[in-house]
Design a protein around this ligand. Structure first.
Ligand code: TYD
Length: 203
């Protein structure tokens, strides 16, 4: 029996990290065996690629090739084996982030990304994707309060508007997989939306 694959997406500052923990608690209480992971990253090789990705300057195609290389290693060595054992995998960002950031943000060709997606995932797709959607101006305020910005978080509002539009396009393309969460709500409100989506599926 294959386990469930759940991903978490949204622009930087949307607040998804807090809610991944909430989802983990909820599913554990229901008896699920969880694997919590993130992208880029999740294996030693992919974490090394993450460091390069976050801190070196590069063009959009190089970014895409790096994140998909990291994803390939992650899918083969962590995600697919965990799902095959019936575990639930919670992944902080996945391929939708590549369409959003490299496609929307950097202007990478959507079809090229689609080809990389097919090669790397070999038909494997998340069962559920939470999209934490928030106004980029609100997200920027939250980031400014929270911490030092990494390379991508320093980009301007227009960049994050494009990222958001690309998430919207991905959500429209896969309406049953995606659940849009209004991440402009309070922490409690966002948490309630997330848990409601899980309960609706009987999870
Ligand atoms: P993020 O997951 O937000 O980590 P943290 O919360 O520790 O900052 O950071 C990852 C960054 O990488 C984020 O800015 C989005 C970006 N990213 C891409 O551009 N493409 C991708 O395919 C992925 C997975 C992430």
């Amino acid at each position: 029996m294959s386990g469930r694959f759940i991903t978490f997406e949204g622009i930087d500052g949307a607040g998804k990290s807090t809610h991944i923990e909430r989802v983990a608690r909820h599913l554990r209480q229901g008896g699920a065996e969880l694997v919590q992971t993130r992208e880029p990253g999740g294996t030693p090789l992919a974490e090394s690629l993450r460091e390069l990705f976050l801190h070196r300057d590069m063009d959009g195609l190089t970014e895409a090739l790096l994140v998909f290389a990291a994803r390939r290693d992650h899918v083969r060595n962590v995600i697919a084996p965990a799902l095959a054992q019936g575990h639930t995998v919670l992944c902080d960002r996945f391929t939708d982030a590549s369409f959003a950031y490299q496609g929307g943000g950097r202007g990478m060709d959507w079809q090229v990304l689609g080809t990389l997606e097919r090669w790397v995932q070999e038909g494997r797709e998340p069962d559920l994707t939470f999209w934490f959607d928030v106004d980029p101006a609100v997200a920027a305020q939250r980031r400014a309060q929270a911490r030092d910005a990494d390379r991508l978080e320093q980009l301007d509002l227009a960049f994050f508007e494009r990222v958001r539009d690309a998430y919207r396009r991905r959500a429209e393309g896969s309406p049953t997989r995606f659940v849009r969460i209004d991440a402009g709500d309070t922490i409690e409100g966002v948490g309630a939306q997330v848990i409601a989506a899980l309960e609706q599926r009987g999870w």
